[in-house]
Design a protein. Structure first.
Length: 301
């Protein structure tokens, strides 16, 4: 393993898409790029003010992921310098932690020539993240539908969703554990049945690129939206205006605090501008699905 320089690019993600709780993920056209080069000690250098609060040494999540996987395979990995550029809002429900884990997986796989399969990458990432929705989409791109329970992992990948989207990003971050703390410990059998039906139909509609149906099912979530929506200023008003302007549906992005609106492809820029005027509390981003997941770009060896 000689000295080498390369970069890794990983897309942002939105998870759940309403009732697909902890199982559905969608990669988005916001990206983190990490330049990797050999160094005397581990150093993570972030460009941009938003990421300056993150750890820059061996306690950094990317570095921890790299070292954890190296240990799994009984390998020793030399220190690296990681220079990170990102336009993914930090702590805003767009998979920034899953992006870091996916980046670490790609970096260690390349440095140690592990030749990990896509499914193995998703399994390792899900174990480290605790759930599969964000990290699977970050690694594979497109839409991912995952089953990750204890030792069992299954995944379906839909690489080319034909839709546009708008993300409404609030000024303040929200910790995932805080958002999860709002959820009930159990649901009734009737509630779970209704939620499962909505999730099933949502997934089938996405598989057929029927985003009009998918948007309706996104708004029938009973697993988390009813308990979290109070955290979002103007939640109902944003949904109503989005629908009146032609959006298919609106839901919470992951655990929040961002909102995710699905729209006909090509209309995302127009709706983002309209929502930005009506709801100045949020920063409105026009995005598209990212059909490519995490990947390595070699510059020289």
């Amino acid at each position: 393993m000689g000295a080498q320089s390369f970069s890794v690019t990983v897309p942002a993600t939105t998870a759940n898409l309403g009732p697909g709780y902890d199982s559905l993920g969608l990669a988005l056209s916001l990206y983190t790029t990490i330049d990797v080069s050999s160094a005397d000690e581990w150093l993570v250098q972030y460009e941009g003010e938003e990421y300056q609060s993150l750890a820059t040494g061996e306690d950094n999540l990317i570095v921890q992921t790299i070292q954890d996987i190296a240990k799994r395979y009984k390998k020793v990995i030399p220190p690296q310098k990681l220079t990170v550029q990102s336009n993914i809002p930090l702590g805003k429900g767009l998979g920034s932690s899953a992006t870091a884990i996916a980046a670490g997986i790609e970096i260690v796989d390349h440095l140690l020539s592990l030749d990990l399969s896509p499914k193995m990458k998703v399994r390792i990432g899900s174990e480290l993240e605790g759930h599969a929705d964000n990290v699977s989409a970050a690694l594979l791109g497109g839409v991912t539908i995952s089953y990750f329970v204890e030792e069992e992992m299954e995944i379906v990948h839909l690489p080319e969703p034909d839709v546009g989207a708008v993300i409404l990003v609030p000024p303040h971050a929200l910790k995932t554990e805080e958002s999860r703390g709002l959820l009930p410990g159990e649901l009734t059998h009737a509630e779970a049945t209704a939620g499962s039906a909505a999730s099933n139909l949502l997934t089938a509609a996405i598989a057929q690129n029927d985003w009009e149906m998918a948007g309706r099912m996104m708004e029938k979530d009973i697993f988390h939206e009813p308990y979290r929506k109070k955290l979002f200023p103007n939640f109902d008003e944003v949904r109503a205006m989005s629908k009146s302007c032609g959006a298919y549906g609106m839901t919470i992005s992951g655990a929040g605090p961002s909102l995710f609106v699905v729209v006909p492809k090509g209309t995302e820029e127009t709706l983002a501008k309209q929502l930005a005027v009506a709801f100045p509390y949020y920063k409105c981003l026009a995005v598209q699905p990212s059909t490519h997941g995490a990947g390595v770009n070699c510059t020289h060896k």
